[in-house]
Each structure stands twice: as structure tokens, then as C-alpha cells.
Design a protein around this ligand. Structure first.
Ligand SMILES: Cc1cc2nc3c(=O)[nH]c(=O)nc-3n(C[C@H](O)[C@H](O)[C@H](O)COP(=O)(O)OP(=O)(O)OC[C@H]3O[C@@H](n4cnc5c(N)ncnc54)[C@H](O)[C@@H]3O)c2cc1C
Length: 409
């Protein structure tokens, strides 16, 4: 059996980065990738442009991982967004900050990010085996045996970097959960996250593609508001998407009620006041015309009035108080009952994963099995849109490599 110092399972951003660093001195690192090429998911990130991280202070990141901000803290502090930017800058790929603080490669090509990681692995003599899935992993007497379809390998360290179960076409099919399980780890319930929602009734199918800036979405369960987020919202053919829905999806469950305000910058009271003033001041004008002044798409205004049974030519002077109240409610608290979240096929990340209670957040090493590490999306970590997931993949990889070899560059 071939023996390695480290076996890394999975050639996504976490696995590649960890492999290159861990190999920087020991030169005895095997990376197993089940696909014919590495980084298939990395290539589709940011619509192929790769929103690799976010600008700003690293402490602002801690609020971006739901309830798991304290777990990610040491890794993000050890290898920050600035460190990541410096890493790529010094390898000839400058990163740039776009509007809203998202950071991308200057070329806006995820393929260039992947190329840097592959070069780094090559330069550090990482032994990359393609088309070789890890099927099983066992530990005995301080050594690991990893079995693939045609071989078995021995190693003193093993890193599970298989990603989650989202976007399975890229190779992330949940294998890491099974491998971690075989080695004694608990895997929490998993669910698609950063994904769209399907609602019980959806009157906007033909408005697919229409988006709203800074919509406010609140989530209600059993009559109680549990969360509110603001961001851009998108109508798709079958439901709601866009950053505010993707980021909220971590908290949403089937059966929840959402209330959506389509109007940026207004709260319920201010829109009510504004709308009443506009309607009173514009008696002879059509309701639809006055609504369009809120910079809402014409087709959306038409649909809202249709849903409320307000005739196309109704003037403000003839709008009843009841219809006015219904109109305000639709614009500021449009009701949506969630039938389901879109599945793993479309989800950007996985909620849940290897239980954090069994992983040392300062090293990414297992608390149960010495020299076993879990990094990236296989862990029970999912971040908001905006580069937070890739940053965690890199930061956790850095930490594991540092723990395996404290002198690693
Ligand atoms: C459409 C889309 C867009 C996204 N955009 C962004 C973005 O712009 N910014 C951002 O921060 N995040 C984004 N993400 C999330 C981001 O891609 C992931 O968080 C990140 O790729 C996780 O990295 P990873 O290395 O942990 O896992 P992965 O990238 O999933 O890599 C895991 C690797 O392990 C391999 N593997 C799996 N099982 C085995 C096995 N048994 N043996 C050997 N190899 C195995 C897989 O083939 C894969 O190559 C996006 C995701 C999607 C789907």
C-alpha cells in the first residue's frame, strides 16, 4: 500500500488550498478527486465570475454564518479576507472589489482562480489522483486507510474536503458525510441552503426575471415573526429567488409564511402615509399610473391591481378605503406561504453537515479521532451570499494545513 503523510479527499477550493499548503514542506500529500478535473463547483461560483470573498473588516464576517459565527471566528482570524486577497495578488491574479463589497478576480473568471490553486498544488508536488473517489476511510493504530475503487492508501493524516450535497452535478454528493460517519462522527440533518423557494400560490410565473432592489422579507412561523432580512429579490418561473431569499433560506421551512415589502426605503407606516397623500393629491389620475411612480415595474403594478380586482382605468378618486388598505398591504406585506425550498440540485450550499461539537474550531481537527480534519462545506457551516462560503473554505483549509504542519507556508 502506498503511504502518504496526508491524504486529502476532495479537490474543491478547500481541498486544493489545504493540499498545496500542507505539501509546502513535506511533499508527501495525496489529493483524491472523484471527477476527471478539480474545482467543478468553483467554476460555477458567482455565475462563473467567482465572488471569492467580501471586503471590510473580518469581524463583520462573523454575523454571516447564522448561529455558527463563533465556530468560524478562529479560522477567519487566522486567514482573513485580506490574506486571501494577498495570496492571489502575489500569484499574479489581482482581486478587485465590486459594488456592494463583493470581491472577484480582476479577470472575473473563476477558471483563473482554479488555475492558481492547481499551479500551487503542482509547484508543491501534490500527488493529484483524478477519477478516484474515496469510498471508505478507516483508522487503526494511528494510521488511516483510504480505499478507492482500485487501490488502498495509508496515511498518518486525513482531511475530508468533499463539500456538501448541493449542486451534485459538480461532484459534491454528500460522500463526506458517509466518510465522517464511518470514522465515528455525527452528521446533523442536512438541507438545501442558499436556494429559492416555491410558494403555495404563485401569481408571478409570467413575470420571471423581474427583480426588486432592497426588498424586505420577514419570516413568520406559527404566527410569530422569526427573522427579517433586506436585499434584492427576484421572481423566477416557479418561485422567489435573489439574494434576500437565498440568504433567508437558511431559516425558512415549508409551511412558513413570508411577508414581502417590494418598496425599498419605506416602512409600513411611511408607505401608508405616502400612498394616502399621493392618492388624495391625484384624484383624476389612474391608480396604476400613481403606483408606477414608486419605480416599480409596470407589469408588476398591473398584476398587483389585477390580483386585487382594481380595474385598469380606476382613478384615485374612485379607490375605496378598503381597496387602498389592501393595496398598501400587498405592497408592504405581500403574503407568501412556503410550499418547499428548491432542492439540492439548485442550492448553492448545504445547511448542516459534520457536527461542529466534534471539531476543534482552532485546528479543524476531530475531537474524536486525532489527525482527522474536516474543512469547507462538509462541516455544518453555511454562509450568506457575498463570498462568505469560499472565504470559509479557504480559511478552514489554511487552519487544517497549519495544524498538520505548523511550518507550512
Ligand atoms: C451555483 C453556485 C454558485 C456559488 N457561488 C458562490 C460565490 O460566488 N461565492 C461563494 O463564496 N460561494 C459560492 N458558492 C458556494 C461555494 O461554491 C462552496 O461553498 C465551495 O465550493 C465549497 O468548497 P469545498 O471545497 O468545501 O467543496 P466543493 O467545492 O464542493 O468541492 C468538493 C470536491 O470534492 C470532490 N469529492 C466529493 N466526494 C468525493 C470523494 N468521495 N472522493 C474524492 N473526491 C470527492 C468533489 O468532486 C469536489 O471536487 C456557490 C455554489 C454554487 C453551487
Amino acid at each position: 500500500m502506498d503511504r502518504f503523510n496526508v491524504i486529502i479527499i476532495g479537490g474543491g477550493p478547500a481541498g486544493l488550498f489545504c493540499a498545496a499548503r500542507a505539501a509546502s514542506r513535506s511533499k508527501n500529500v495525496l489529493l483524491l478527486e472523484k471527477n476527471a478535473s478539480c474545482g467543478k463547483k468553483l467554476l460555477v461560483t458567482g455565475s462563473g465570475m467567482c465572488n471569492i470573498t467580501h471586503s471590510g473588516s473580518i469581524s463583520e464576517f462573523f454575523t454571516r454564518y447564522g448561529d455558527h459565527g463563533s465556530f468560524v471566528r478562529p479560522a477567519l482570524r487566522s486567514f482573513t479576507n485580506d490574506d486571501l486577497i494577498t495570496f492571489f495578488n502575489t500569484r499574479g491574479l489581482p482581486l478587485i472589489t465590486a459594488e456592494g463589497g463583493k470581491v472577484f478576480p480582476g479577470s472575473y473568471r473563476s477558471a483563473d482562480v482554479l488555475a492558481v490553486l492547481l499551479d500551487e498544488c503542482r509547484d508543491n508536488n501534490v500527488d493529484v489522483h483524478y477519477n478516484e473517489p474515496a469510498l471508505h476511510a478507516k483508522e487503526s493504530d494511528g494510521s488511516f486507510v483510504v480505499t478507492t475503487p482500485d487501490s488502498s492508501y495509508l496515511s498518518s493524516h486525513i482531511v475530508i474536503a468533499t463539500g456538501g450535497a448541493s449542486y451534485p452535478a459538480t461532484g459534491s454528493t454528500g460522500d463526506g458525510y458517509r466518510l465522517a460517519n464511518e470514522l465515528g462522527h455525527t452528521v446533523t440533518g442536512i438541507a438545501p441552503a442558499l436556494t429559492g423557494i416555491i410558494s403555495v400560490e404563485y401569481p408571478f410565473t409570467d413575470l420571471a426575471g423581474i427583480s426588486f432592489e432592497k426588498s424586505r422579507v420577514s419570516i413568520h412561523r406559527a404566527g410569530k415573526k422569526i427573522k427579517e432580512q433586506t436585499g434584492d429579490l427576484l421572481f423566477t418561473h416557479k418561485g422567489l429567488s435573489g439574494p434576500v431569499i437565498l440568504d433567508s433560506s437558511r431559516y425558512i421551512e415549508p409551511g412558513d409564511d413570508l411577508k414581502i415589502s417590494f418598496l425599498a426605503g419605506f416602512n409600513d407606516e411611511s408607505i401608508k402615509k405616502d400612498l394616502i397623500e399621493k392618492i388624495s393629491a391625484n384624484g383624476p389620475r389612474q391608480v396604476r399610473t400613481v403606483l408606477s411612480e414608486y419605480a416599480l415595474p409596470v407589469r408588476f403594478v398591473r398584476r398587483i391591481t389585477e390580483l386585487l380586482g382594481i380595474p385598469a382605468d380606476l382613478t384615485c378618486a374612485h379607490l375605496s378605503k378598503k381597496d387602498r388598505a389592501a393595496l398598501i398591504a400587498f405592497m408592504t406585506a405581500f403574503p407568501v406561504t412556503v410550499r418547499s425550498l428548491c432542492g439540492f440540485e439548485e442550492a448553492m450550499v448545504t445547511r448542516g453537515g459534520v457536527s461542529l461539537e466534534e471539531i476543534d474550531r482552532k485546528t479543524m481537527e476531530s475531537r474524536l479521532v486525532p489527525h482527522l480534519f474536516c474543512i469547507g462545506e462538509v462541516l455544518d457551516i453555511d454562509g450568506d451570499t457575498g463570498g462568505y462560503n469560499l472565504q470559509f473554505a479557504f480559511s478552514s483549509a489554511f487552519m487544517a494545513a497549519k495544524s498538520i504542519d505548523p511550518q507550512a507556508r
